[in-house]
Write a protein that binds this ligand. Sequence first.
Ligand code: CA
Length: 531
Amino acid sequence: MFKFTRFFATKATPQREPIPGSHQVPNSAGGFTWRVDDWARLDRFLILGSEGGTYYISEHKLTVENAEAVRRCITADGVRTVDRIVAISDAGRAPRNDPAIFALAMAAKLGDERTRRAAYAALPKVCRIGTHLMHFADYAQGFGGWGRGMRKAVGAWFNAKPAADLAFQLAKYQSRDGWSNRDLLRLAHPRAASPSHDRLFAWAVKGELPEAAADDPALALIVAMAELAKTTDVKAAAKLIRDARIPRECVPTQLLVHAEIWDALAAAMPMTAMIRNLATMTRVGLIAPGSAATRRIAEQLTDARRLAGARVHPIAVLAALLTYRSGHGARGGGTWSPVAQIADALDTAFYASFGFVEAAGKRMLLALDVSGSMGCGAIAGVPNLTPRIGSAAMALVTAATERSSTFVAFSTELTTLSISPRQRLDDVVAEVERLPMGGTDCALPMLWAQQNRVDVDTFCVYTDNETWAGSVHPAQALRAYRDARGIPAKLVVVGMTSNGFSIADPDDAGMLDVVGFDTATPPVIADFARA
Ligand code: CA
């Protein structure tokens, strides 16, 4: 007999050909996968951005593809798009806020009347600090000028803040990326909401202390900064910083070499700033083995409530841990001797930053794609943070809550891994980095489990979906596994780049697409596995 099914069958199709009747499209690697819809693409972009591109797709092309998807979402349902931007930005689900700010600027400039109104109304929720507002102004300029809606919204951003909060914003973020408060206030030209606002606007525009500043409690920080600028005595400067809660950005550079100054700054330092300045605080000697400051800072870093309140993203913690342990900055910044207590605290903080995830209590196979393409790119612009390292970190979070989870890594071969969340995160990263790279066959986790009679309720595959090398598609391998083992196994595809592909069959309710580095991903995986 002539074996027609060798060339045309729905149960087993080589990955370089589409499953017949499936609407699969070619991915960047020459394999066939499904295309994620524009709303899923919007989520991927909001969480992963497009900075640095991927192994296959240039930064330029990836940015255009994602922005086009955002534009289509705005056209299809602008208000829904704005709601989605707010939901992801406001909950701190993304490692960086810039994709959300960019998408909001597009909605404000390209949307219909209702969408524009919704976008401007959402401005304070998405642009929470001065830097965000400056980035919004910059992005918006790419799509239009300063119309009435824009002027009103930016003016309202300044006026809606209580005067003392506004003073802090104006002082801390005076200018960023070619924009200053002076530019924004001149363009928006808001009528001041109060005499204090009026004085603050005047200070931001002219740079001089306005009259009666000393008598206005809302301007206390501005007055203290002016005094600090004249202070050369370190002790007196430290006292001023402590009393007026002056942030680091407002402290003259020559003072920032003293441990005493950093001790004063640390007292009121927000969590994200603390995480970013650990190396500096170590270099100046404030953080030292066994010091009181080290103990205090380590306690703060591991305080789950404070981490949640400050919306600290696990990627920020992971990046800090990798840099801190290395003892030298990625882009200069000198060297330091890392203190173990702080590295330990960051390890704890990483898991804590996801919040509490209730275990699904299912048998899980956590499969890391370690093919060559996963070693390329910098997630959220963090140097050396590749999708490969990021996958391991994300998988560890699920492993930390699910007792019966097994780790495997695959390219065109599969390796079982003996890593566990009881190990230090950076040790796991080092172990994963040592694994050999190769081609990509995302069907291997299912094929391996079937061959080795491993019972799995939920497969979690961490990948860029650029699969091509196998003789059967991952979705087909999953269906074969279900039949062979009699387990209605599910597949969660954790997308680690913002490309438009997925190995998950959209018509199979047992397969789900989620975005890597979304802080909502571990609870979503647990819910899906439990259902
Ligand atoms: Ca690959």
